[in-house]
Write a protein that binds this ligand. Structure first.
Ligand SMILES: Nc1ncnc2c1ncn2[C@@H]1O[C@H](COP(=O)(O)OP(=O)(O)O)[C@@H](O)[C@H]1O
Ligand SMILES: [Mg+2]
Length: 532
């Protein structure tokens, strides 16, 4: 309930004086005028009333004293004419209503009011008088208020009272005059209020007009119409200063709006460009991706070819010895015939030996086929088994090149994945070692050492050779595709690239290379499986 009431109250108050500067200033000026003039008039009237009172009293006193001083001899001699003369002189000189001169019995001997002549002063007054005489007071004021003084005094000769004098002054005329002054004052107050309001209005009119224009402009600006002109004058007043500041503000606002419009335009252009770029980028990415895929595909093909090359090389070495022995057996047939040894026994033995050799050749082919056969499923295997079967493939070739392989093939560490992939990696490293040894001073006593160890989290395969190592300027790049230092036909530079891809992407491991005193060391780290 209460807040509602407060709101209504405020509304009512606002209605009394509109909540504008103009109304407030004019109202304040008017109020100030009213208060000031009111104070002045009240002050003047107060002073006027007081001084009038004082003046009447003094006049009465002087009159009474003068008459009391002049009257005794005429009273004693009962010279009524002289007394009357005295009174009329006194009345002329002052604004007196009535003057009475009485003898000591209270009979009026002279008066401005001829009707009262020879009458006796009324009882009340004589009572008061006798009291005053007891108190030894000569003059007594019977009545005194704003405009009337009624005073009486004994007339004495020595200490004897010979009569009385009474003076009544009624100053009502002055009061009427004062009232007129009051009324005039009130009228002047209204005039002053009106003129003050008008002057205040005129004084603030131009300022307020300017202010109203400013506020109108501000409203327009707030409505989004920034083409507003702010009028300023040459006057150096607060409103004009405000207008100047406001004009500056508006112009800077305009500038900012323009700038932001330009910026928006630029942004739009940029967004368009970006979109265009995006489209192009998409196309570019697509082409690049396609190119990548193609390249990858090509790399894979080349890797297969390289592996095939390796395999044929290895088969050639593996087959050399059995083919030689088969050749020798065949040659021996003609000698046997010459020396008549070609009997059933001979043929039987020849057949048996030849078939054995052919079986060996065939089994070699099977070995190779198995080694290069792509695995269909991941499975758990011993790392050492894969290394051993890889060694088996290249053994003959290495022997022919006088290279020894040192490896403890006891199964120790397991891995879950494709065996064939790890075999490829080992084969690549081994065939690089063979190439390095063949090109080095250790050509005739090459050694390749293979070890499997582990640390906390990984199984570590290290393959080191004594082929002199990787040249320092080359070592950074050996895992890049197509990077090879070998002459054409001997290397295409994808062996280590493919090995890195296999180890990192398929086996979640790492492959690194460094040199030791004798040659290169390749280190393959594979994450341990739970069974290790
Ligand atoms: N054991 C090693 N000793 C010295 N250099 C090596 C060895 N293994 C690899 N490299 C260097 O790394 C290069 C890249 O090897 P690879 O990717 O297998 O390609 P490629 O054998 O076809 O040259 C080789 O050309 C050779 O310069
Ligand atoms: Mg290679």
């Amino acid at each position: 309930m209460r807040p509602v009431r407060t709101v209504t109250n405020r509304k009512n108050r606002m209605k009394l004086i509109p909540n504008t500067f103009k109304a407030r200033i004019i109202a304040s000026v008017m109020l100030l005028h009213t208060i000031l003039i009111g104070i002045v008039i009240v002050d003047i009237s107060y002073v006027q009333i007081n001084s009038t009172k004082k003046h009447i009293r003094e006049t009465a006193n002087t009159l009474v004293a003068t008459i009391a001083a002049n009257a005794p001899s005429w009273l004693i001699s009962n010279d009524l004419n002289a007394l009357s003369e005295l009174i009329s002189t006194a009345k002329k000189a002052n604004m007196v209503n009535n003057i009475y001169i009485m003898d000591r019995f209270g009979v009026i001997k002279a008066s401005t009011d001829t009707n009262s002549l020879f009458k006796i002063m009324d009882d009340n007054i004589s009572l008061v008088l006798s009291a005053s005489i007891k108190n030894n007071k000569q003059q007594i004021v019977l009545l005194e208020h704003d405009n009337v003084v009624d005073t009486i005094s004994s007339i004495k000769v020595g200490t004897d009272t010979v009569g009385y004098v009474r003076v009544i002054i009624d100053n009502s005329a002055t009061k009427a005059e004062l009232n007129r002054i009051y009324k005039n004052g009130l009228f002047y107050i209204f005039i002053a209020i009106f003129i003050g309001g008008l002057l205040a209005y005129l004084a603030i009119k131009s300022m307020l007009t300017q202010m109203e224009k400013l506020s109108a402009a501000a409203i327009k600006i707030s409505e989004g119409n920034e083409d507003v002109k702010i009028e300023t004058t040459k006057n150096d007043n607060e409103v004009n200063r405000l207008a100047i500041v406001f004009a500056k503000m508006v112009s800077s606002l305009k500038e900012k709006i323009n700038q932001s419009a330009i910026q928006q335009e630029q942004l739009k252009i940029q967004a368009n460009e970006l979109e265009e770029l995006n489209k192009n980028l998409k196309a570019l990415v697509e082409t690049e991706t396609n190119r990548r895929i193609e390249q990858e595909h090509m790399l894979l093909q080349q890797n297969k070819l390289a592996a095939l090359g390796e395999m044929i090389g290895a088969i050639a070495h593996q087959w050399r010895q059995p083919l030689n022995s088969l050749g020798l057996s065949i040659q021996d047939i003609s000698y046997a015939k010459q020396f008549n040894e070609l009997d059933d026994n001979y043929i039987d033995k020849f057949q048996k030996d030849s078939m054995n050799t052919i079986k060996r050749l065939s089994s070699t082919i099977d070995d190779f086929r198995n080694f290069f056969k792509p695995n269909k499923e991941k499975k758990e295997f011993f790392i050492e088994d894969v290394i051993a079967s890889t060694i088996n493939i290249v053994e003959a070739q290495f022997k022919n090149n006088f290279i020894k392989i040192e490896f403890d093939k006891t199964p120790k560490y397991r891995f879950f994945g494709f065996e064939g992939e790890l075999g490829q990696v080992i084969l690549n490293i081994l065939s690089n070692a063979k190439d390095a040894i063949n090109n080095s001073k250790n050509k005739d006593n090459g050694v390749v050492k293979i070890s499997t160890t582990d640390n906390k989290s990984h199984v570590v395969i290290e393959i080191s050779d004594n082929g002199g190592g990787i040249p320092p300027n080359v070592i950074e790049r050996i895992f890049e595709p197509y990077y090879s230092t070998k002459e054409q036909g001997k290397g295409v530079g994808i062996g280590l690239y493919m090995s890195k891809e296999i180890v990192e992407r398929h086996m979640n491991g790492t492959i690194t290379a460094h040199n030791n005193d004798e040659g290169a060391v390749f280190r393959v780290e594979l994450p341990k499986t739970s069974t290790n």
